[in-house]
Write a protein that binds this ligand. Sequence first.
Ligand code: M6R
Length: 379
Amino acid sequence: EKQGFKHFMLKEIYEQPGVVRASLEAYFNTEVNSGESFQSPVKLGLPEQFYADLEQIHIVACGTSWHAALIGKYLLEQLAGISTQVHYASEYRYAPSPPTANTLIIGVTQSGETADTLAALAMEKERRQGKEAKYQARLLGITNRPESSLGHLVPHIINTLAGIEIGVAATKTFVAQLMAFYALAIDLAYHRQTVAPDKLADIIQGLRQIPKEIEATLESQEKLTEHLAHEFAETQDFIFLGRGINFPIALEGALKLKEISYIHAEGYPAGEMKHGPIALLDAKVPVVAIAFPGTVYEKVISNAQEAKARDSRLIGVTPVSDGEAGEIFNDLLPVSSVDELLSPILTVVPLQLLAYHIAARRGLDVDQPRNLAKSVTVE
Ligand code: M6R
């Protein structure tokens, strides 16, 4: 069943181009017309109530799904102009935000069985009982298992199309969740007219290129990450830095590494380093920085320079190989140059491979790491 791969996790990493293709087919209309006759390019089947006078969104999730939600927040705010908050489900269930009719609640859970996420959504459902219909309708689940408990709890689902994921470390389900958020944010941007139709068509066109760019990344990274894994197999601490839409990828890279390799790793928004964590840095602590051209590229480079000044070995996940990037990074994990808005689907791939190869190198049980279960059905 592993189809020649040593572990399910590696197989699932390699399935990601296919997951993106399946999502593109399911979520987007192939005929994208422009100008006056422009129809929503997205087919999520959500009712009109979702779009009318929506004022804010709260997202609840745990773990990797929470990281996907952070990228979702970026897209929903920057594309659709809707104020969005992301909550740990385990926190939100005991300290929810005040209820308002024009708030959409989204639960993200690949398994659809995570106890805290279900409890947070059940609490929301309960406090909406007896209110106006639109209020009750504004509960949405994003899941890889529509037949799960989540499917029975909420009135609307976006089905993610990762197929069954066996490795405990979420990889292809994360990419599938990102695709759901692109579709939702583009759909809302279309209905709210916050982005010009031509620009939305460009974004979708960019998404259509992503599968082959992931394939190119997989091809170029396999050897590079394996080589780095050899050097870092005994490293005790790692720092991951990112900003903007790639900050959650720093968190995700750190989570992947700690859960399967048992190496201590922290993800930070690069600009926060100087407010404390920089004290951790020395020659023994490598820093992985995601430096993607766009709104924060120069800032990340200058934050990376601060780390370099503390003797940290610097690994850059970036499409840039010359100039400052070429000079300051000790090692490059190159990714293709795409629109910054789409970059997280690419930048996460080398970090998944790095975590995988380090754990495999350490001889660990990659698919079934200690102390973890595929779905956390207890509080
Ligand atoms: O099934 P869910 O998406 O609700 O699971 C949430 C987390 O338990 C999960 O993402 C966990 O963090 C993964 N093992 C991360 O790789």
